[in-house]
Design a protein. Sequence first.
Length: 324
Amino acid sequence: MVCVTAIITIFTITCVSALSAFSINRGVANTSKTGLAWPNGDSVDLGQYRTTGKVSWYYTWSPFSIDTDLEFVAMLWGQKSVDQFSSTINDTIAKRGVKAILGMNEPQEPGQSNLTAEQGAEMWKAYLEPLRSQGIRLGSPAPSSAPSGKIWLQDFLVACAGACTVDFIALHYYDVNATQFKEYLTDYHQTFQRPLWVTEWACQNFNDLQAQCSKDDVVLFLNETQIFMDNSDFVERYAWFGAMRDMSGVNQADALMDSGGKINALGKQYIGSEPPQTSGGGNADGPMAPGGRDGGVSISSSSSKWIGFRATNAILLFFAFLLI
């Protein structure tokens, strides 16, 4: 009887362990890099993202903060926001203790701030460079991840002719491949030789709207890219897109809250209060990658072997029990 009880106990533990292996090992340090790209004003409770202490800053694509003591990073979005920025930024710096300000939003995109490199340089010199005298760190205009983005930023620095103090490079990334994301950031750092702030990124395919990440893809993509940035010295800060109810044309699976504005499972993963959870599918390198949406869990080969080992042991123990 003791032997049977022991086998049942081992079988139960082993089966549970095998199934629980689908909770992905996070391994993310509790750093101060994590931020929120926040378009919600005070209509959504930002405090629900602060429960772990991992979120340390936020920005609003504007010079306007919300009612929180979380560090605020202002932005000069583009030409249309120059007046509101220039008339309020000094007061905001004084009241909110602003330490860093972001440059223009996706300047090479016609649907965003839509500036030439020369226009961007002139705007920078007129409205951002003077703020350096107050000890403010300045982040570059943040290009989209289209190939034109890097070229625009290089042209911008040439147009500045040494008159723009860029303390860190801000950039965006929208695609579905975590490996390519790492390569993209590494290339930016090597090219511009400055720390990086990733102020928007998500598992989103703008080239083929029918080939979007599944929920499992998003979970794995976020996990792998966040681990990479938390452990990369050249990445200073990042903010996922998005902490919002309306995702503005981006895959709804990337949302960090539900339709009612309450933090969801992905949001809890982002702030480190819960481990990443998948249903057993997905791939951090995109829905079309081997082992992706239709091919099972994307994990390391060693993890795959360990799960297989556990499952095999569970089956053998079960049959041993039947033979007793």
